[in-house]
Design a protein around this ligand. Structure first.
Ligand SMILES: Cc1cc2nc3c(=O)[nH]c(=O)nc-3n(C[C@H](O)[C@H](O)[C@H](O)COP(=O)(O)OP(=O)(O)OC[C@H]3O[C@@H](n4cnc5c(N)ncnc54)[C@H](O)[C@@H]3O)c2cc1C
Length: 309
């Protein structure tokens, strides 16, 4: 048992309703299927659990990471020397208000479930998320978008929690942009209310299916990946195009590869290490800079230490 875990048990376990373990392998929680152990890994069952966990992290000066579906994360093979928090039971609730055309969803609800309920009750707007692996919290944190729309455009309000407690933000107070969510440092999405429109079930379903089909045609979905590695430098230039023009499609490092289907995806063909993926990310960034003098900004979040040795 590591010392930090011992201290955490003493501090948290009497009050924590969720679970707490040490040295949990994070590759289980990321879509890239890489990532070493988290020194502490907690599942928060209630809002109070989050407050407790954040309080502990603050008191011990520990880094913490909120993890959703892990669909936007490249976590180091060395893991995370801090506290990883995953949202549990109380954040997995969803309810539909047909009269107002709103859906209220906990931070841990996946976009797949959100979209399924929207379709079930003939509420339209979110079809563009079909096939995007994300939780509501993760989607808001990076303002997930596709096909010209983004998740934050559909928010009526969000409830966030940080060390100081719960806050509610109405839509008109939120600022967000391209792959940039409205959250302030340290805020965790506990719940979001989405404002949709009443539509026709068949049309909504058809639209979602068309978006998903486009995705399947253009993305390497049969391999582990974390979606687009880099943000597009502008609305006119795509990162994929620049990487492809540098001749990098198909470049491999260990079991990681710059996808030959979509150059802005790095895939894990099975046994890739986070370090292999990081090397490819670095090569793509350097080559594009050399050839086009454009510095690509990563869309995926790198977590932990990637220094060699
Ligand atoms: C096949 C594939 C396709 C994809 N397509 C798209 C696409 O079309 N458009 C797009 O925008 N993205 C896309 N992505 C990327 C990914 O789905 C999004 O970035 C998504 O937001 C990740 O959500 P998550 O729940 O997995 O968050 P994670 O990856 O677990 O975390 C990402 C960030 O969000 C934070 N976070 C997570 N939950 C919360 C919370 N409750 N409160 C506060 N912060 C939180 C984390 O701390 C972290 O900083 C794709 C990914 C894959 C694998």
């Amino acid at each position: 048992m590591n010392n930090m875990f011992k201290e955490a048990c003493e501090y948290l376990k009497p009050k924590l309703e969720g679970s707490l373990v040490e040295n949990e392998e994070l590759k289980k929680y990321t879509t890239l299927r890489v990532g070493g152990p988290a020194a502490l890994f907690a599942q928060a069952k209630t809002l109070n659990d989050i407050k407790l966990l954040l309080g502990f992290a603050h008191e011990k000066d520990l880094n913490y990471l909120l993890i959703g579906r892990g669909a936007n994360l490249l976590i180091s093979d060395k893991g995370f020397e801090g506290l990883v928090i995953r949202l549990g039971q109380d954040f997995n609730r969803i309810s539909v208000n047909i009269k107002n055309a709103t859906i209220s969803a906990g931070g841990a609800i996946t976009l797949a479930i959100l979209l399924k309920d929207a379709q079930k009750y003939s509420l339209e707007g979110l079809e563009f998320v079909a096939g995007i692996p994300a939780t509501v919290g993760g989607a808001i944190a990076s303002n997930v978008g596709a096909f010209g729309k983004s998740v934050c455009q559909f928010i009526a309000e969000i409830k966030v929690v940080d060390e100081n407690g719960l806050k509610v933000y109405k839509a008109n107070t939120l600022e967000y942009g391209y792959r940039k969510g409205p959250l302030k440092e340290g805020e965790i999405v506990a719940e979001a209310v989405f404002q949709l429109k009443v539509g026709e079930k068949g049309i909504i379903k058809g639209r979602a299916e068309r978006f998903f089909k486009k995705r399947k045609q253009t993305q390497p979905l049969s391999y582990a990946n974390a979606g687009s590695v880099f943000k597009n430098p502008s609305t006119k230039i795509s990162a994929a195009e620049l990487i492809e023009k540098c001749g990098l499609k198909g470049l491999t490092e260990g079991d990681a590869m710059i996808s030959d289907v979509h150059a802005n995806f790095i895939i894990n063909k099975g046994r890739a290490k986070a370090a292999d993926i990081y090397i490819l990310l670095d090569v793509a960034r350097k080559k594009v800079k050399e050839k086009y003098d454009i510095l690509l900004e990563p869309e995926i979040k790198t977590i932990g230490n990637f220094d060699e040795g």
